[in-house]
Design a protein around this ligand. Structure first.
Ligand code: GTQ
Ligand code: FE2
Length: 359
């Protein structure tokens, strides 16, 4: 952006700046970074968290940190070094460790959340009175302002990924949090109502509104998701993502949450996808297998249990160089970006759609 004022003298320019600031005013100065950049320019960095690093840290966390009295949360946040907090500028991902016999107490908040179970099983989460199992590979939603508590009665520590859109709710100054005097909610007589009504994805209660902007379904079990991915493997692959499905709101076909999108993706053995870039941010969790994602020319070699977050508007392509299929779980902020009209994407058209590696 060009400099608006015509003051040529350096001293006069500084004096003007000082004077304006006294009145809480500014004009753009030559020594300030440009705000209207030609392309998205983000402080969010591409970060790769390896399971081999996370595993001992989670273990240590479980041994060293006790739950606060009242049973709060024990979580390891995936913190982007380019940000004061958060994994990306819209959400944060954290890994929750729960030990046998623990209860994570009831509370609610404006930030929307979900849990994708990483390791183990046998815990339950209760969301507005409905109780759902938490087993490896399951996805359970905690939409905005719904009461939630978790409980675990197993015999070895269990972990899951929590993602909350709190970076966004904070930037919009819309954070509310409410604790509860009760450690846990009372569970409804039908503990899994939303799943019974909408869980098939194809059939639902007659006479219900055709399109709920609020997704009435709270749980997406692993078996259902993997079966769907298996069916999708018989289709023509997507050039950028190979085999990919979105977790949907069954009443309107839209994304399962209003701000964050969740997808499950299979990169078949040997596949090398085309590069693309898009606005918005994304975090991958490697469910199984191994492979490589090339981000702005840099290779990130991942394997099961790893996380990878991409800086917005970064070129990226996937290459599964192994002999086994890989499965990735993905969270993105596309629903929020699309609702605001700020989602843009672009395929790479040079070099056969593949990036050149930078050394
Ligand atoms: O389980 O309710 O990782 O409220 C961060 C905030 C988990 C939760 C987190 C939360 C929770
Ligand atoms: Fe919470």
């Amino acid at each position: 952006m060009s400099v608006v004022h015509a003051t040529k003298d350096e001293g006069a320019r500084r004096a003007l700046k000082e004077k304006l600031l006294k009145f809480n005013c500014r004009v753009h100065q030559p020594d300030e970074p440009p705000l209207f950049t030609r392309e998205p320019n983000s402080v969010v960095q591409t970060v790769h968290w390896r399971w081999r690093d996370l595993e001992p840290l989670l273990d240590e966390l479980g041994r060293q940190l006790s739950l606060e009295p009242g049973g709060n949360r024990r979580t390891l946040r995936l913190s982007n070094p380019g940000l004061p907090f958060g994994t990306t500028n819209t959400f944060w991902g954290s890994i929750q460790v729960i030990l046998p016999g623990e209860v994570a107490s009831n509370h609610r908040h404006t930030a929307s959340a979900f849990r994708f179970i990483m390791k183990g099983g046998g815990a339950t989460t209760t969301v507005n009175g409905e109780r759902y199992p938490m087993n490896e590979g399951d996805l359970v939603l905690t939409p905005s302002m719904m009461w939630h508590d978790h409980e675990y009665k197993g015999d070895t520590p269990m972990i899951w990924l929590d993602v909350l859109d709190i970076s966004m709710t904070r930037s919009m100054s819309a954070v509310f949090f409410e604790g509860s005097k009760d450690l846990q909610q009372t569970v409804d007589a039908v503990p899994d109502r939303s799943y019974r009504q909408y869980g098939s994805g194809l059939m639902g209660p007659p006479g219900a509104p055709v399109s709920h902007p609020h997704n009435p379904l709270l749980a997406y079990p692993k078996d259902m998701a993997l079966r769907a991915l298996e069916l999708a493997s018989g289709l023509k692959p997507d050039p950028f993502d190979d085999v990919i499905l979105e977790y949907r709101n069954p009443t309107n076909g839209g994304p399962a949450m209003r701000t964050m999108g969740m997808r499950l993706q299979k990169l078949r053995a040997g596949v090398h996808t085309q590069a693309r870039r898009h606005t918005g941010s994304k975090l991958y969790y490697v469910v199984s297998g191994e492979g490589r994602t090339i981000v702005n020319g840099r290779p990130y070699d991942w394997s099961a249990g790893d996380f990878l977050t991409l800086e917005p508007w970064a070129w990226h392509e996937h290459h599964n160089r192994s002999a086994k299929d890989a499965v990735l779980f993905q969270v993105n902020d596309f629903p929020a970006m699309q609702a605001l009209g700020y989602y843009f994407e672009e395929p790479l058209t040079t070099n056969g759609g593949h990036q050149q590696l930078v050394s």
